[in-house]
Design a binder for this molecule. Structure first.
Ligand SMILES: Nc1ncnc2c1ncn2[C@@H]1O[C@H](COP(=O)(O)OP(=O)(O)O)[C@@H](O)[C@H]1O
Ligand SMILES: [Mg+2]
Length: 314
């Protein structure tokens, strides 16, 4: 099995808000720190990867955000223009204009056409070896299968001709676990964990893309373990509480309730990690990233998560 960062194309998905963008940026950041040439791509043009690197926006043309790390925003029209120029050898000057309108017309009628232009661009970067690794802040879990499976959907639609030929080389890249992997990010909570288990099953059953790993992000620490827990339970007992209240006042109980709540939440989080261990297929690597308890955002958080990733990936 190929280690995550030794692959060439990683799609990062997950339920909204779990840390998908941060994890994608951190995987790219870590790979670049280790000396790889990396491209990180945001697919939805909402500027999340730009924000992760403290930039106002990204273009289709990659920007170098740190040595060896390039970032781009996917754009279907630019991708079509590049496709026409590079693959079909049709030079296009200026805006595509009427062609883009026609394209939109076709794309709306045939599902998968826009997706394949985006996936095609990413696979092209892999095929040409412009980068050692391409990391994609991909669609959220509800739409990721349509995104990564677009070439197969198109191949089934188109039986012969150049379009079919174009899908074959993409499928070879996407179906090769040494080159391509899907990373699923979750938090240790009910809904994201349930969606993760269902998504992994669906990806394995219906696509050829390998699941390279599941990351449990924002894991809470075990506040008290073993002997600490005994001390804590003792302090919560009526005698100790009476003594503490006599010395420190009636608010002592509130502090202990807060500590007990924090402790029970980390127990619940642990339960969800256990559930993932039980219900995910054994061959899917499971990694845990801690809650960072930071007010920082953007590049600073990405860098901290990359440090954690480095430890988690060994
Ligand atoms: N491990 C972590 N610890 C603390 N904050 C985190 C962690 N991972 C992500 N965040 C923060 O959570 C928020 C959502 O993360 P983001 O990557 O944008 O999620 P998504 O792309 O899944 O919607 C961001 O403010 C990010 O800085
Ligand atoms: Mg995001």
């Amino acid at each position: 099995m190929t280690a995550i960062l030794d692959r060439q194309l990683l799609f990062v998905t997950g339920k909204g808000g779990v840390g998908k963008t941060t994890t994608a940026a951190a995987l790219a950041d870590l790979a670049a720190r280790e000396g790889r040439r990396v491209l990180v791509c945001e697919m939805d043009a909402k500027g999340a990867i730009a924000a992760a690197f403290d930039l106002p926006r990204l273009q289709f043309e990659p920007t170098e955000v740190r040595p060896g790390l390039h970032a781009m925003a996917m754009n279907t029209e630019d991708s079509l223009r590049e496709y026409l120029r590079v693959m079909a050898r049709v030079p296009v000057v200026g805006r595509i204009g009427p062609l883009a309108h026609m394209f939109d017309f076709v794309a709306d009628a045939a599902p998968g056409v826009k997706e394949i232009l985006a996936i095609g661009k990413l696979c092209y970067e892999v095929r040409e070896r412009h980068y050692d690794l391409v990391v994609v802040d991909a669609e959220a879990s509800g739409h990721i299968v349509a995104q990564i499976d677009a070439p197969r959907a198109i191949r089934e639609l188109v039986q012969v001709g150049p379009v079919r030929d174009q899908t074959e080389w993409m499928l070879r890249i996407l179906a090769d676990p040494a080159r391509t992997g899907l990373v699923v990010v979750t938090t240790p909570e009910e809904m994201p964990v349930t969606e993760t288990i269902e998504l992994v099953a669906k990806v394995q059953a219906t696509t050829e893309v390998d699941v390279a790993g599941v990351f449990v992000n924002r894991m809470l620490p075990e506040w008290f373990e073993g002997r600490d827990l005994e001390v804590f339970e003792g302090l919560r007992g009526p005698q100790a509480q009476a003594l503490l209240a006599a010395a420190l006042g009636p608010k002592v109980g509130v502090v202990f309730d807060a500590a007990a709540l924090a402790q029970s939440r980390s127990g619940v989080a642990n339960g969800f990690v256990e559930r993932l261990r039980d219900e995910l297929p054994k061959e899917v690597p499971l990694h845990v990233l801690p809650e960072l308890f930071t007010k920082a955002s953007g590049r600073r958080v990405v860098s901290l998560v990359a440090d954690e990733l480095q430890g988690a990936l060994g």
